[in-house]
Write a protein that binds this ligand. Sequence first.
Ligand code: GLV
Ligand code: MN
Ligand code: MN
Length: 454
Amino acid sequence: MVTIDSTTFDGLLKHLTVTETSLPDTPVDAPVISGRRLLDRLAALAEIGAIDGTTGSSRLAFTDADGAGRDLVVSWMDDLGLDVTTDGIGNVVGCWRPKGCDPALSPVMTGSHIDTVATGGRYDGNLGVLAGLEVIETLTSAGVIPHRPLAVAFFSNEEGSRFAPDMMGSLTYVGGLGLEDALATVGIDGAVVADELDRIGYRGGAPCPGLVPHAFVELHIEQGPVLEREAIRIGVVEGVQGISWSEITIKGQANHAGTTPMALRRDAAYAAARVATFTRDLATDLGPPQVATVGALRLHPNLVNVVAEAATLTVDLRNTDDDVLGEAERRLLAHLDRISADEGVAITARSLARFAPVSFDPTIVELIETTAAGLGHSTMRLPSGAGHDAQMLARVCPAAMIFTPSHRGISHNPAEHTDPDDLEAGANVLASVLLALASAPAIGNDGAAGEEAP
Ligand code: GLV
Ligand code: MN
Ligand code: MN
């Protein structure tokens, strides 16, 4: 028997109409950022939760290490004189309103996340946040005053590996998940978000949903093999594929491994293995770009001579086409029914996250492309395989992303690496794009500061 918990976020997924955008008349060249300073900050942040013998870090959301990483980044925001606010889910926004800009206008926002998976690299998320700080420091040193304020944000729990869903902070920031629901989320270790936020001192008082930015641009490593394989320096991200996460719980019967005839077993481990192999076959059958992953699996009692009584596993399905993603979900559920009947086990499936594919703002996509080309970089357009905070911000304002190559396409692994020249190139493209957006009143939301996401 398969029971489905229909608690999905569908009812909360409000797609908002965002303002039409248009390109500036002339390209905007920002002053050149300091690659050294950016690398130094990336290295200093990577020291927090450093994984021995690697260049990676472990800062799962709302752990002590996440708290210490937050403290360091906030100290850098303070050093730059930013107006730093923390909201009820721990999203931190540092706003730069230099004398000479119009402080009443909503800011152009950049940023990403600084939490990591337990086996994380030093660039995933961190690059986007620290490049944002680097842009502001560069503009400050050069005496460049944008028309609009600039803001750098780091959003809570982007990874979602401890507390589902992923992109929890940015989803809550844009009003797609209620603050109380987010705070009540229970993690894989039994911890509750609200308690953990209180413990690390990051349950702030700023409103959540938060201020609607004029526009949002996120710099991130690609986390896949495409840019390196094509020898392209800057990826122009047109959108993000849809994501479906579910947790599957299988209940069988514990029994003696030596005495129980095979035909009489209700073996949760075997049923879990069937789910895992089906998931892989499903992706093969649907073909690219469908991907499917069983990333977590727990057995109970997990002993050599006991038929497993229970199994809990996760399935991560992604596709750029929402219809095909829906088909993958349906086929998985049908297969769970079959396994349940064949093996005499009870199976329940719970949705942990479900996000439709997102298309980014075409005008900002074009701005990124022309800016990167103008700076002499090779570019290509591509979709993002990973989830990102920008896909949530895209619900309330024009948004897009810039990618830099990932060595051998490796990510969510301490070995994650991007060449310093590529990091620097990405940050320079970000600087010029942010300045263009903050200088040209025609681009982005027209809104004045003070408007909050619904
Ligand atoms: C976040 O990193 C995700 O795409 O899983
Ligand atoms: Mn990321
Ligand atoms: Mn990640």
